[in-house]
Design a protein around this ligand. Structure first.
Ligand code: SF4
Length: 386
Protein backbone atom coordinates (compact mmCIF):
# COMPACT_ATOMS: atom_id res chain seq x y z
CA UNK A 1 0.00 0.00 0.00
CA UNK A 2 1.22 3.47 -0.84
CA UNK A 3 0.15 6.67 0.84
CA UNK A 4 0.13 9.10 -2.06
CA UNK A 5 -1.25 11.98 -0.11
CA UNK A 6 -1.61 12.36 3.61
CA UNK A 7 -2.54 15.91 4.47
CA UNK A 8 -4.14 17.63 7.42
CA UNK A 9 -5.55 21.10 7.47
CA UNK A 10 -8.07 23.41 9.09
CA UNK A 11 -11.08 24.26 6.96
CA UNK A 12 -13.90 26.55 8.06
CA UNK A 13 -14.48 27.67 11.62
CA UNK A 14 -14.45 24.32 13.34
CA UNK A 15 -13.69 21.68 10.72
CA UNK A 16 -10.42 19.84 11.08
CA UNK A 17 -9.89 16.51 9.53
CA UNK A 18 -7.32 14.34 7.87
CA UNK A 19 -7.69 13.34 4.26
CA UNK A 20 -5.97 10.21 3.12
CA UNK A 21 -5.66 9.12 -0.48
CA UNK A 22 -4.50 5.59 0.21
CA UNK A 23 -4.08 3.58 -2.93
CA UNK A 24 -2.85 0.18 -3.89
CA UNK A 25 0.34 -0.23 -5.87
CA UNK A 26 -0.11 -0.30 -9.66
CA UNK A 27 -0.09 -3.75 -11.30
CA UNK A 28 3.43 -4.82 -12.23
CA UNK A 29 4.24 -4.98 -15.94
CA UNK A 30 1.32 -2.91 -17.25
CA UNK A 31 2.21 -0.17 -19.72
CA UNK A 32 0.32 2.73 -21.20
CA UNK A 33 0.75 1.19 -24.64
CA UNK A 34 -1.03 -1.99 -23.50
CA UNK A 35 -3.98 -0.14 -22.01
CA UNK A 36 -4.11 2.18 -24.99
CA UNK A 37 -4.17 -0.78 -27.40
CA UNK A 38 -7.01 -2.32 -25.40
CA UNK A 39 -9.04 0.89 -25.65
CA UNK A 40 -8.26 1.23 -29.38
CA UNK A 41 -9.78 -2.24 -29.93
CA UNK A 42 -12.94 -1.10 -28.15
CA UNK A 43 -12.26 -3.35 -25.16
CA UNK A 44 -13.13 -2.19 -21.68
CA UNK A 45 -10.67 -1.14 -19.06
CA UNK A 46 -11.08 -2.58 -15.58
CA UNK A 47 -10.43 -1.01 -12.20
CA UNK A 48 -6.76 -2.11 -12.18
CA UNK A 49 -6.19 -0.44 -15.56
CA UNK A 50 -7.98 2.71 -14.40
CA UNK A 51 -5.94 2.83 -11.20
CA UNK A 52 -2.77 2.38 -13.25
CA UNK A 53 -3.76 5.26 -15.52
CA UNK A 54 -4.54 7.48 -12.57
CA UNK A 55 -1.20 6.79 -10.92
CA UNK A 56 1.07 6.65 -13.94
CA UNK A 57 -0.33 8.23 -17.10
CA UNK A 58 0.65 11.80 -17.95
CA UNK A 59 -2.01 14.46 -18.46
CA UNK A 60 -1.47 14.34 -22.21
CA UNK A 61 -1.75 10.54 -22.29
CA UNK A 62 -5.03 10.67 -20.36
CA UNK A 63 -6.32 13.45 -22.57
CA UNK A 64 -5.51 11.62 -25.81
CA UNK A 65 -6.97 8.34 -24.61
CA UNK A 66 -10.17 10.09 -23.48
CA UNK A 67 -10.35 11.90 -26.82
CA UNK A 68 -10.14 8.58 -28.66
CA UNK A 69 -13.17 7.26 -26.73
CA UNK A 70 -14.99 10.59 -27.24
CA UNK A 71 -14.59 10.21 -31.02
CA UNK A 72 -16.71 7.04 -30.90
CA UNK A 73 -19.72 9.25 -30.16
CA UNK A 74 -18.89 12.82 -31.19
CA UNK A 75 -17.14 14.57 -34.05
CA UNK A 76 -13.93 16.32 -32.97
CA UNK A 77 -14.63 19.99 -32.30
CA UNK A 78 -18.32 19.43 -31.57
CA UNK A 79 -19.86 20.08 -28.17
CA UNK A 80 -23.23 21.09 -26.76
CA UNK A 81 -24.45 23.25 -23.87
CA UNK A 82 -27.61 24.39 -22.11
CA UNK A 83 -28.55 27.47 -20.11
CA UNK A 84 -30.22 26.22 -16.98
CA UNK A 85 -31.30 27.18 -13.47
CA UNK A 86 -31.28 25.03 -10.39
CA UNK A 87 -34.34 25.88 -8.32
CA UNK A 88 -33.80 25.19 -4.65
CA UNK A 89 -37.46 25.01 -3.63
CA UNK A 90 -36.74 24.34 0.04
CA UNK A 91 -33.63 24.35 2.20
CA UNK A 92 -35.27 22.52 5.10
CA UNK A 93 -33.66 19.11 5.45
CA UNK A 94 -33.29 16.35 8.02
CA UNK A 95 -30.51 14.40 6.28
CA UNK A 96 -27.64 16.34 7.92
CA UNK A 97 -24.91 15.49 5.40
CA UNK A 98 -21.66 16.84 6.83
CA UNK A 99 -20.53 18.24 3.46
CA UNK A 100 -23.60 20.47 3.03
CA UNK A 101 -23.66 24.22 3.71
CA UNK A 102 -27.20 24.66 2.40
CA UNK A 103 -29.64 23.00 4.75
CA UNK A 104 -31.57 24.19 7.80
CA UNK A 105 -33.11 21.74 10.21
CA UNK A 106 -36.90 22.03 10.63
CA UNK A 107 -37.87 24.89 12.93
CA UNK A 108 -34.54 26.71 12.57
CA UNK A 109 -34.47 30.36 11.45
CA UNK A 110 -33.74 30.77 7.75
CA UNK A 111 -35.67 27.73 6.55
CA UNK A 112 -37.93 28.34 3.56
CA UNK A 113 -40.26 26.73 1.02
CA UNK A 114 -40.88 28.45 -2.32
CA UNK A 115 -44.45 29.11 -3.40
CA UNK A 116 -45.63 28.30 -6.92
CA UNK A 117 -45.53 32.02 -7.72
CA UNK A 118 -41.91 32.27 -6.62
CA UNK A 119 -41.01 29.26 -8.77
CA UNK A 120 -42.82 30.75 -11.78
CA UNK A 121 -40.89 34.02 -11.36
CA UNK A 122 -37.61 32.09 -11.49
CA UNK A 123 -38.74 30.13 -14.55
CA UNK A 124 -39.89 33.28 -16.34
CA UNK A 125 -36.49 34.84 -15.70
CA UNK A 126 -34.76 31.71 -17.00
CA UNK A 127 -36.70 31.93 -20.27
CA UNK A 128 -35.92 35.65 -20.56
CA UNK A 129 -32.22 34.82 -20.24
CA UNK A 130 -32.39 32.29 -23.07
CA UNK A 131 -32.46 29.15 -20.95
CA UNK A 132 -35.02 26.37 -21.06
CA UNK A 133 -34.01 23.82 -18.43
CA UNK A 134 -34.79 23.97 -14.72
CA UNK A 135 -33.56 21.44 -12.18
CA UNK A 136 -35.35 21.17 -8.85
CA UNK A 137 -33.14 20.44 -5.89
CA UNK A 138 -34.09 20.88 -2.25
CA UNK A 139 -33.86 19.15 1.10
CA UNK A 140 -35.59 16.27 2.84
CA UNK A 141 -38.38 18.48 4.18
CA UNK A 142 -40.76 16.51 6.44
CA UNK A 143 -43.40 19.23 6.14
CA UNK A 144 -43.82 18.89 2.37
CA UNK A 145 -46.40 16.28 1.32
CA UNK A 146 -46.44 14.55 -2.05
CA UNK A 147 -49.24 16.93 -3.08
CA UNK A 148 -46.84 19.91 -2.91
CA UNK A 149 -44.67 18.31 -5.57
CA UNK A 150 -47.47 16.99 -7.77
CA UNK A 151 -49.32 20.32 -7.75
CA UNK A 152 -46.13 22.26 -8.46
CA UNK A 153 -45.03 20.05 -11.36
CA UNK A 154 -48.54 19.88 -12.86
CA UNK A 155 -48.79 23.66 -12.71
CA UNK A 156 -45.41 24.08 -14.43
CA UNK A 157 -46.35 21.69 -17.23
CA UNK A 158 -49.70 23.45 -17.68
CA UNK A 159 -48.14 26.94 -17.72
CA UNK A 160 -45.07 26.30 -19.90
CA UNK A 161 -45.88 23.18 -21.93
CA UNK A 162 -42.78 22.22 -23.89
CA UNK A 163 -41.28 25.73 -23.82
CA UNK A 164 -39.05 24.53 -21.03
CA UNK A 165 -38.12 21.19 -19.54
CA UNK A 166 -37.51 20.44 -15.89
CA UNK A 167 -35.57 17.90 -13.92
CA UNK A 168 -37.97 17.14 -11.10
CA UNK A 169 -35.97 16.25 -8.01
CA UNK A 170 -32.87 14.18 -7.56
CA UNK A 171 -33.04 10.48 -6.81
CA UNK A 172 -32.12 11.23 -3.19
CA UNK A 173 -35.15 13.52 -2.75
CA UNK A 174 -37.32 11.07 -4.67
CA UNK A 175 -36.43 8.30 -2.22
CA UNK A 176 -37.24 10.51 0.77
CA UNK A 177 -40.49 11.65 -0.80
CA UNK A 178 -41.61 8.07 -1.52
CA UNK A 179 -40.70 6.95 1.98
CA UNK A 180 -42.45 9.94 3.56
CA UNK A 181 -45.60 9.29 1.49
CA UNK A 182 -45.44 5.56 2.34
CA UNK A 183 -45.27 4.63 -1.35
CA UNK A 184 -43.02 2.18 -3.14
CA UNK A 185 -40.54 3.73 -5.55
CA UNK A 186 -42.62 2.39 -8.43
CA UNK A 187 -45.79 3.99 -7.05
CA UNK A 188 -44.06 7.31 -6.39
CA UNK A 189 -42.61 7.35 -9.92
CA UNK A 190 -46.08 6.80 -11.39
CA UNK A 191 -47.59 9.60 -9.29
CA UNK A 192 -44.92 12.04 -10.45
CA UNK A 193 -45.26 10.89 -14.04
CA UNK A 194 -49.00 11.56 -13.86
CA UNK A 195 -48.12 15.09 -12.70
CA UNK A 196 -46.16 15.74 -15.89
CA UNK A 197 -42.69 14.75 -14.72
CA UNK A 198 -40.35 13.32 -17.38
CA UNK A 199 -36.99 13.42 -15.61
CA UNK A 200 -35.68 12.46 -12.17
CA UNK A 201 -31.94 12.93 -12.28
CA UNK A 202 -29.09 11.15 -10.56
CA UNK A 203 -28.16 14.11 -8.33
CA UNK A 204 -27.37 13.56 -4.68
CA UNK A 205 -25.11 10.62 -5.41
CA UNK A 206 -21.76 12.20 -4.46
CA UNK A 207 -19.66 9.04 -4.02
CA UNK A 208 -21.60 5.78 -4.30
CA UNK A 209 -19.86 3.53 -1.82
CA UNK A 210 -21.38 2.33 1.44
CA UNK A 211 -18.31 3.52 3.37
CA UNK A 212 -18.62 7.04 2.02
CA UNK A 213 -22.32 7.15 2.83
CA UNK A 214 -21.67 5.97 6.39
CA UNK A 215 -18.86 8.51 6.89
CA UNK A 216 -20.67 11.58 5.62
CA UNK A 217 -24.33 11.02 4.94
CA UNK A 218 -25.68 8.21 7.05
CA UNK A 219 -29.31 9.40 7.07
CA UNK A 220 -29.61 9.77 3.30
CA UNK A 221 -29.67 6.30 1.69
CA UNK A 222 -27.61 3.20 1.10
CA UNK A 223 -26.06 2.56 -2.30
CA UNK A 224 -28.31 -0.45 -2.81
CA UNK A 225 -31.38 1.72 -2.14
CA UNK A 226 -30.10 4.36 -4.56
CA UNK A 227 -29.86 1.98 -7.50
CA UNK A 228 -33.12 0.25 -6.60
CA UNK A 229 -34.86 3.64 -6.78
CA UNK A 230 -33.15 4.56 -10.04
CA UNK A 231 -34.23 1.26 -11.57
CA UNK A 232 -37.85 2.00 -10.57
CA UNK A 233 -37.51 5.39 -12.27
CA UNK A 234 -36.26 3.77 -15.48
CA UNK A 235 -38.94 1.07 -15.32
CA UNK A 236 -41.62 3.76 -15.01
CA UNK A 237 -40.45 5.21 -18.33
CA UNK A 238 -38.92 8.33 -16.79
CA UNK A 239 -35.53 9.60 -17.91
CA UNK A 240 -32.56 9.81 -15.61
CA UNK A 241 -28.87 10.67 -15.47
CA UNK A 242 -25.76 9.78 -13.49
CA UNK A 243 -23.70 12.19 -11.41
CA UNK A 244 -20.66 12.14 -9.17
CA UNK A 245 -18.91 14.62 -6.90
CA UNK A 246 -15.19 14.35 -6.09
CA UNK A 247 -12.88 16.17 -3.72
CA UNK A 248 -14.13 15.09 -0.29
CA UNK A 249 -11.90 12.53 1.45
CA UNK A 250 -12.62 9.69 -0.98
CA UNK A 251 -9.86 7.38 -2.15
CA UNK A 252 -9.15 6.56 -5.78
CA UNK A 253 -10.62 3.12 -5.13
CA UNK A 254 -13.89 4.70 -3.98
CA UNK A 255 -13.98 6.81 -7.13
CA UNK A 256 -13.46 3.71 -9.24
CA UNK A 257 -16.14 1.78 -7.36
CA UNK A 258 -18.56 4.61 -8.16
CA UNK A 259 -17.66 4.41 -11.85
CA UNK A 260 -17.94 0.62 -11.89
CA UNK A 261 -21.41 0.67 -10.30
CA UNK A 262 -22.53 3.35 -12.75
CA UNK A 263 -21.24 1.37 -15.74
CA UNK A 264 -22.96 -1.78 -14.50
CA UNK A 265 -26.25 0.06 -14.05
CA UNK A 266 -26.02 1.39 -17.57
CA UNK A 267 -25.23 -2.09 -18.92
CA UNK A 268 -28.32 -3.43 -17.18
CA UNK A 269 -30.78 -0.64 -18.02
CA UNK A 270 -29.44 1.68 -20.72
CA UNK A 271 -31.33 4.36 -18.82
CA UNK A 272 -28.59 6.91 -18.15
CA UNK A 273 -28.83 9.82 -20.58
CA UNK A 274 -25.62 11.46 -19.38
CA UNK A 275 -22.92 11.51 -16.71
CA UNK A 276 -21.90 14.70 -14.91
CA UNK A 277 -19.05 14.99 -12.42
CA UNK A 278 -18.45 18.14 -10.39
CA UNK A 279 -16.19 19.08 -7.51
CA UNK A 280 -16.94 19.52 -3.82
CA UNK A 281 -17.06 23.09 -2.53
CA UNK A 282 -15.96 22.96 1.12
CA UNK A 283 -16.60 26.48 2.41
CA UNK A 284 -18.96 26.79 5.40
CA UNK A 285 -19.47 23.02 5.49
CA UNK A 286 -19.01 20.90 8.61
CA UNK A 287 -16.15 18.90 7.14
CA UNK A 288 -14.43 21.87 5.52
CA UNK A 289 -11.16 21.19 3.72
CA UNK A 290 -9.70 22.68 0.57
CA UNK A 291 -10.77 22.27 -3.04
CA UNK A 292 -9.04 19.89 -5.38
CA UNK A 293 -7.26 21.48 -8.33
CA UNK A 294 -8.70 21.83 -11.80
CA UNK A 295 -5.84 19.62 -13.00
CA UNK A 296 -7.05 16.79 -10.75
CA UNK A 297 -10.62 17.31 -11.94
CA UNK A 298 -9.58 17.11 -15.58
CA UNK A 299 -7.60 13.91 -15.05
CA UNK A 300 -10.63 12.38 -13.36
CA UNK A 301 -12.91 13.53 -16.16
CA UNK A 302 -10.66 11.72 -18.64
CA UNK A 303 -10.84 8.58 -16.54
CA UNK A 304 -14.65 8.86 -16.49
CA UNK A 305 -14.80 9.07 -20.30
CA UNK A 306 -12.49 6.09 -20.73
CA UNK A 307 -14.22 3.96 -18.08
CA UNK A 308 -17.83 4.82 -18.91
CA UNK A 309 -17.71 3.50 -22.45
CA UNK A 310 -21.48 3.00 -22.46
CA UNK A 311 -22.49 6.60 -21.69
CA UNK A 312 -22.06 8.81 -24.77
CA UNK A 313 -22.70 12.14 -23.07
CA UNK A 314 -20.04 13.11 -20.51
CA UNK A 315 -20.56 16.56 -19.02
CA UNK A 316 -18.10 19.02 -17.52
CA UNK A 317 -19.04 21.32 -14.63
CA UNK A 318 -18.98 25.07 -15.28
CA UNK A 319 -20.90 25.46 -12.01
CA UNK A 320 -17.94 24.40 -9.87
CA UNK A 321 -14.97 24.93 -12.21
CA UNK A 322 -16.13 28.08 -14.04
CA UNK A 323 -14.58 28.73 -17.45
CA UNK A 324 -11.76 26.26 -16.79
CA UNK A 325 -14.35 23.49 -16.95
CA UNK A 326 -14.30 23.87 -20.72
CA UNK A 327 -10.79 22.43 -20.76
CA UNK A 328 -12.66 19.25 -19.90
CA UNK A 329 -13.66 19.13 -23.58
CA UNK A 330 -10.03 18.14 -24.18
CA UNK A 331 -10.37 15.45 -21.50
CA UNK A 332 -13.33 13.58 -22.95
CA UNK A 333 -16.32 15.78 -22.09
CA UNK A 334 -18.75 16.84 -24.82
CA UNK A 335 -21.42 18.87 -23.02
CA UNK A 336 -21.84 21.50 -20.27
CA UNK A 337 -24.39 23.74 -18.51
CA UNK A 338 -24.28 27.48 -18.23
CA UNK A 339 -26.05 27.82 -14.86
CA UNK A 340 -27.68 31.01 -13.64
CA UNK A 341 -28.36 29.90 -10.07
CA UNK A 342 -27.66 27.09 -7.61
CA UNK A 343 -27.95 28.03 -3.96
CA UNK A 344 -26.55 24.69 -2.74
CA UNK A 345 -23.09 25.11 -4.29
CA UNK A 346 -23.12 28.91 -4.02
CA UNK A 347 -23.56 28.62 -0.23
CA UNK A 348 -20.45 26.45 -0.20
CA UNK A 349 -18.34 28.78 -2.32
CA UNK A 350 -19.34 28.36 -5.98
CA UNK A 351 -19.40 31.58 -8.01
CA UNK A 352 -21.58 31.91 -11.11
CA UNK A 353 -20.78 34.14 -14.09
CA UNK A 354 -23.59 35.27 -16.38
CA UNK A 355 -21.08 36.37 -19.02
CA UNK A 356 -22.07 33.52 -21.31
CA UNK A 357 -20.40 35.10 -24.35
CA UNK A 358 -17.03 35.00 -22.61
CA UNK A 359 -17.47 31.37 -21.54
CA UNK A 360 -18.63 30.25 -24.98
CA UNK A 361 -15.79 32.25 -26.50
CA UNK A 362 -13.34 30.23 -24.46
CA UNK A 363 -14.83 27.01 -25.90
CA UNK A 364 -14.22 28.43 -29.38
CA UNK A 365 -10.65 29.39 -28.45
CA UNK A 366 -10.11 25.77 -27.52
CA UNK A 367 -11.26 24.73 -30.98
CA UNK A 368 -14.87 23.73 -30.30
CA UNK A 369 -18.15 24.88 -31.84
CA UNK A 370 -20.69 24.90 -29.00
CA UNK A 371 -24.27 24.23 -30.08
CA UNK A 372 -27.30 24.84 -27.86
CA UNK A 373 -29.00 21.65 -26.72
CA UNK A 374 -32.74 21.67 -25.97
CA UNK A 375 -33.52 18.85 -23.56
CA UNK A 376 -37.15 18.84 -24.67
CA UNK A 377 -36.34 18.27 -28.33
CA UNK A 378 -35.47 15.11 -30.18
CA UNK A 379 -33.10 12.29 -29.51
CA UNK A 380 -29.35 12.39 -29.98
CA UNK A 381 -27.61 10.56 -32.80
CA UNK A 382 -26.65 7.61 -30.64
CA UNK A 383 -30.32 6.95 -29.76
CA UNK A 384 -29.90 6.50 -25.98
CA UNK A 385 -32.23 9.17 -24.60
CA UNK A 386 -31.91 12.94 -24.68
S1 SF4 B 1 -26.86 17.55 0.67
FE1 SF4 B 1 -29.08 17.51 0.32
S2 SF4 B 1 -29.81 15.79 1.59
FE2 SF4 B 1 -27.75 16.34 2.37
S3 SF4 B 1 -28.13 17.85 4.02
FE3 SF4 B 1 -27.82 19.03 2.13
S4 SF4 B 1 -29.89 19.38 1.36
FE4 SF4 B 1 -30.02 17.69 2.82
Amino acid sequence: MTDLWDGEWSGGACAHYTRKMTQTTAPVGVTFAEISAKVAKGARIGQDDARWLWLNASDSELSSLAASVRRRFHAPGSCTYMVMRIINYTNVCVAQCDYCAFYKLPGVDGGYVLSQEAVFAKLDELLEMGGDLAAFNGGFNPHLPLSYYCELFSAIRARYGDALEFYALTIAEFMYLADHAKLSHAQAAERLKDAGVRWITGGGSEILTEDFRARHSKFKYTVAQYFEAQRAIVDAGLKTTATMVIGFDESIDERLEHLERTRQFQDQTGGLASFLCWTFKPYFTQIGGIEITTAEYLRHLALCRIYLDNIPRIRTSVLTQNQQALEGLNYGADDFDLPIEDEVTQKAGATISLDFDRILGYARELGYSPAYRHVSLGTPPWNMGS
